[in-house]
Design a protein around this ligand. Sequence first.
Ligand code: 5GP
Length: 235
Amino acid sequence: MEKTIKIYEGKAKIVFETVAPDLLIQYFKDDATAFDATKKGTIKDKGIMNNKISSRLFQILEKEGIPTHFVKILNEREMLIKRVVIIPVEVTIRNIVAGGMSRALGLEEGLKLDCPVLEYHLKNDSLHDPLINEYHIKALKIASLTEIETIKNYSFKVNEILTRFFSSINLDLIDFKLEFGRFKDEEIILADEISPDTCRLWEKTTGKRLDKDRFRRDLGNIEEAYQEVLRRVSK
Ligand code: 5GP
């Protein structure tokens, strides 16, 4: 499948059209940003690792009944995906307190939550992705009530599947961010990527962070951490 026109370039990915109207190519870059793109850098081969990690995780989710935009991996940096209209809401699920929740509520990182916490954030860098709730989503016609229910159900199911999977490779899934889209104007499917850029993954036995926090917080050994996640998810 050949790329034709570039239709979108984001912080970590580029999306191209193909000759097939419903299929796009998602290209993974090495660029890394944090704090609403005020911190910028590159992580060597991140695009290659995230393409492979994401592909594997999408395959696992599809097998468990979660519809995703993933069609197939094409090469080191590209996957073929279904064309969706992205719903401009980031869905975050948290199992253990870290990052934004720790800062917002003054809680210690590492505190285990009694049940998973789901948050919605409006996708808008200039507004710093503000926290919103289901009423905002409905009132602003971002998505319908039925779509919100579908997104919520899929998100909790993704959490169950991925928590179990990561646990089997000695990683705790602390939190993660998902994005959904409308395929052919009707079906809600999981889109974007699932990778150490979008998940916090801590090694169970040591607590070592194997995710983008190594870049955000200048912890060093960033490439090694992504390689380690890739090695484990590929087993
Ligand atoms: P927090 O709100 O604590 O910063 O992020 C919660 C989780 O969602 C983390 O795993 C983080 O990686 C992911 N996340 C939230 N917003 C974004 C975003 O804009 N980009 C990326 N790559 N991940 C995000």
